[in-house]
Design a protein around this ligand. Structure first.
Ligand code: G3P
Ligand code: CA
Length: 366
């Protein structure tokens, strides 16, 4: 495993040369979404090393907690979309058929093989993105938050770069319901690894507004830390955040975030927002008529940064209003004016920003 990570990095260094690893030198940033997840299975150490070598400014970690209170880097609080848990521990699913990270110890999770995201349809594993790295090829495992921070800090030392981290506290409402304070645990790890102020290259992100407020008003003062904090934005219908009412989980209502004045309200506790990209450029936009909301303008007026998600190259993922991935990046970085964005293809965004910087937007339209 270690050997494989290093070979990915070495190969990329050879391909990209020092220009690649130097990354985007401009203020606008590229966040590698779950690593270079367009090329290697999401949230594997290999995908993180690849994103690093591609010159991403920040690398994302989604974080969930195990039964024995360890923090692991996984997008879902389930194991079944990216591992062979159903094969190794068939009897450990809950009534809803899902295998919960919180029901397994780290040692048990370390026994699993990790792969590209997939769904099971008619008994067959079907990849979420068919054009990406093939299912079950090579060998990948789940790792801890600490292991990933050590990888990034190790590379920062060996390359002389200073690539940042972008940890997301996943489903704090669920962890709390299961008796665990995931936010406190994540912040303690960040503090141990030296990420404790706004000068450090870290953004802490969370979808749950109640928890984001708690982090700012309760946990940061308690731990005497103050890293930049990003409020992620969701549609209520996604059930991304739940609240318990009389013991029953109901969706948190995000509607207020789309009202006038919402950015001012968020700015009372956060340094930035992470919206879904159609919240900035509406999906019904056309090449001749972009419909851009006031979100970026209002967030900037309130003193916040804006980092939308998620920009992908896969078939069907580029909205019809953009003729290419680069045109899409141009619309967001320079027409809508975002400060950074999350992408599964960090090499393309790094290259785009480098060209835009050097040629004052006179780059070739691909
Ligand atoms: O955290 C922002 C970005 O990662 C989008 O959300 O669902 O991929 O964690 P998600
Ligand atoms: Ca995330």
């Amino acid at each position: 495993m270690k050997k494989f990570v290093l070979s990915v990095l070495t190969a990329l260094l050879l391909v990209t040369g020092s220009g690649g690893i130097a990354g985007a030198a401009q203020e606008k940033i590229v966040v590698a979404h779950r690593g270079a997840s367009g090329y290697l299975p999401e949230h594997t150490l290999a995908a993180k090393a690849m994103a690093y070598a591609m010159g991403a400014d920040y690398i994302e970690q989604d974080v969930v907690m195990t039964k024995d209170d360890k923090l692991v880097v996984l997008h879902d609080h389930y194991l079944d979309r990216v591992t062979n848990v159903a094969e190794v521990y068939p009897e450990r699913k809950r009534e809803d058929g899902r295998y919960y990270v919180i029901d397994f110890t780290l040692d048990e999770i370390k026994q699993l093989e990790m792969t590209e995201g997939f769904d099971v349809q008619d008994g067959e594993s079907v990849p979420n993105f068919p054009g990406r790295f093939p299912l079950w090829q090579s060998s990948f495992t789940v790792h801890t938050l600490e292991e990933e921070l050590e990888l990034i800090q190790g590379l920062n030392k060996s390359t002389g770069q200073n690539v940042g981290i972008y940890p997301e506290i996943k489903a704090p409402w669920f962890h709390r319901h299961e008796g665990k304070d995931i936010s406190l645990a994540v912040l303690q790890v960040l503090e141990n690894y030296g990420y404790d102020s706004k000068d450090d290259k870290v953004y802490v992100q969370c979808f749950d507004p109640n928890e984001t407020k708690r982090i700012r008003t309760e946990l940061y003062p308690q731990l005497q830390m103050d890293p930049k904090l990003v409020q992620l934005m969701a549609e209520t219908s996604w059930n991304e955040t739940m609240v318990y009412e009389n013991g029953k989980a109901v969706p948190y209502n995000y509607d207020w975030m789309f009202e006038k004045g919402a950015m001012k309200e968020i700015a009372t506790y956060a340094d930035g927002v992470g919206p879904w990209h159609p919240m900035i450029v509406k999906s019904e936009s056309t090449r001749d008529h972009l419909i851009i909301t006031d979100l970026v303008k209002e967030a900037h007026a309130a003193g916040m940064e804006v980092h939308p998600y998620t920009f992908r190259l896969d078939s069907g993922q580029i909205p019809a209003y953009a003729a290419s991935f680069e045109e899409l990046l141009d619309i967001f970085y320079y027409t809508a004016g975002v400060d950074g964005l999350f992408t599964d293809f960090p090499d393309r965004a790094v290259e785009f920003l480098n060209r835009a910087q050097y040629h004052s937007k006179g780059y070739d339209k691909k």
